[in-house]
Design a protein around this ligand. Structure first.
Ligand code: F6P
Length: 510
């Protein structure tokens, strides 16, 4: 049970499946019309029905010169035009030709954004650190509480800093609050407003709001409503990535994703990486009752991957109604969580081995470097493989007993300890190995997970491309903010919320 494509190798033999289970799951995918839905997505049909939008992040990685007509326009031409503008701008910053208001080259780039306008670029910049431009330091700010931004601004030099305000809608409270704060800081450290044009650029679909914020339209890089936030790192939202690794390597990232797109569209289900991973995920969630899925990368530079996948999967498939509005009768997206596997081993892996719940794991390793006997990565690799083996094979009471007896332990203590030291095993995991951590392979890895999410959404019959579930909290936050600021009660709240607002007001009055 192994499959390989685009520099990625998957061993899925440690799952609780056999060939029959898989063939039934493939039938399930066929019954859900997976191939037809895949074609509909790639061809630009409005499959995001609740927002009446096409879903075309895959078009962003198609080679220029191709044709894909959406609403009478060849979107590949539009994509190429923005991609080339991003490349020219990034080259000017990287070469030092683009200068700050006092004539110095840029040294620090700050991406202000949140959700899809932060997690993807931040994860990729971290993953591809080895390819970073030697002069440019990349920073990502998302939290609105000011702590992150204030600490960063204390370190920065206004004359050599560039801010990218990344927001699809350009209405997101957290991003606009941080952007305003950064703008005030820049103006405090520069002679006049003309400095804004040298130090602020925007990435958005909302040209009007960008202009109202005071960013020169010449410094805006656009994209389109058919790019979902969590699928947007391939668009101009990836500007920070282009700045860090350069346009040629960004093209390699796109090429890796495109190679995975081609594999996904053309390989038979039996050899199809995203299809196999998606169906095993469905098996774990809906048949083995797994309510979460752990992502455990074993390469330091992949430490932001779990956070990125959390949004990708949970914002896409965290739904309980089908496309037609009827209620789902099975579970959809599990909770996605994780961090570096090697750290997890000394923290929560106890629960994975001996807890009461089944938590499927994606172990993710990088082969390059491991092959050298002298390299410490060999130790990380050994740990990753050993964890998967331990989780699957476990340890029987007889083995535990023999082990303790060999140490000369007295009989009563052996019998008391046996149940505590037994490992039930049979805990499922995937082993995903990247040949190397370079732009091409990373692009393929991200696209693999995007399509895994898509396939699961198709089988569950949900709309993976809207996110109405984030709206209510945003609306209520605006009302609560009003009430925190006003001495009178402007809005009705439940008793608990009213008491919390009152507590805040008392603290603010002291
Ligand atoms: O609140 C959720 C969300 O809309 C995500 O879907 C999106 O990635 C994020 O907020 C940021 O949105 P924007 O890019 O419009 O600022």
């Amino acid at each position: 049970m192994q499959v390989e494509a685009c520099g990625l190798f998957l061993d899925y033999s440690k799952n609780r499946i056999n060939a029959h289970t898989l063939s039934l799951l493939f039938t399930l995918a066929r019954e859900a019309k997976l191939s037809e839905r895949t074609t509909a997505m790639f061809e630009g049909e409005r499959i995001n029905t609740t927002e009446q939008r096409a879903v075309l992040h895959t078009a962003l990685r198609r080679p220029s010169g191709e044709v894909l007509m959406v609403d009478g326009r060849n979107v590949i031409d539009d994509i190429t035009e923005v991609r080339e503008r991003c490349a020219r701008f990034a080259e000017a910053v990287r070469s030092g030709e683009w200068r700050g208001h006092d004539g110095r080259a840029i040294t620090d780039v700050v991406n202000i954004g949140i959700g899809g306008s932060d997690l993807g670029p931040a994860m990729v910049c971290e993953a591809l650190k080895s390819f970073a431009h030697p002069r440019l330091r990349l920073h990502f700010v998302s939290n609105v509480d000011g702590i992150e931004l204030e600490a960063l601004l204390r370190e920065l030099d206004a004359g050599t800093s560039l801010f990218i305000i990344a927001s699809k809608t350009f209405t997101t409270q957290e991003t606009l609050t941080n952007a305003q704060r950064a703008r005030r800081w820049l103006l405090k450290h520069s002679a006049d407003e003309t400095a804004i044009a040298r130090h602020f650029v925007a990435v958005s679909t909302n040209a009007g709001a960008v202009a109202r914020f005071g960013i020169d339209p010449a410094n805006m890089f656009g994209f389109w409503d058919w790019v979902g936030g969590r699928y947007s790192l391939w668009s101009a939202i990836g500007l920070s990535i282009v700045l860090q690794i350069g346009a040629t390597r960004f093209d390699a990232l796109l090429a890796g994703a495109h190679a995975m797109d081609t594999h996904f569209r053309s390989a038979a289900f039996e050899h199809n990486l995203p299809v196999i991973m998606a169906l095993i995920g469905i098996w774990n969630v809906d048949f083995l009752d797994a309510s979460s899925q752990l992502i455990a990368p074993y390469h330091q530079h992949l430490h932001r991957l779990p956070a990125f996948l959390q949004q990708l999967d949970m914002e896409s498939n965290g739904k309980s109604v089908r496309l037609d509005g009827s209620a789902l009768t099975c579970h959809s997206s599990p909770a996605i969580w994780g961090e570096l596997g090697i750290n997890g081993q000394h923290a929560y892996f106890q629960m994975l081995h001996q807890g009461t719940q089944c938590v499927p794991i994606d172990f993710i390793g990088v082969m390059e470097g491991c092959a050298s006997l002298a390299h410490p990565r060999r130790i990380a690799f050994a740990n990753m493989v050993a964890q998967a083996e331990a989780l699957m094979c476990g340890k029987t009471a007889a083995e535990v007993e023999a082990e303790m007896r060999a140490t000369g332990m007295d009989e009563a203590r052996i019998q008391a300890l046996i149940p505590h030291r037994v490992f039930a095993g049979n805990r499922p995991s995937n082993m995903l190995l990247l040949e190397r951590l370079d732009p091409f392979t990373l692009g393929a890895l991200i696209a693999l997970y995007e399509h895994r999410t898509f396939v699961q959404g198709v089988v569950w019959g949900v709309n993976s491309f809207d996110q109405w579930g984030v709206e209510l909290g945003k609306q209520l936050a605006a009302r609560v903010l009003d009430d925190l600021l006003s001495p009178a009660d402007l809005h009705a709240h439940d008793a608990s919320t009213t008491a919390l607002i009152a507590r805040y007001r008392r603290a603010a009055a002291q």
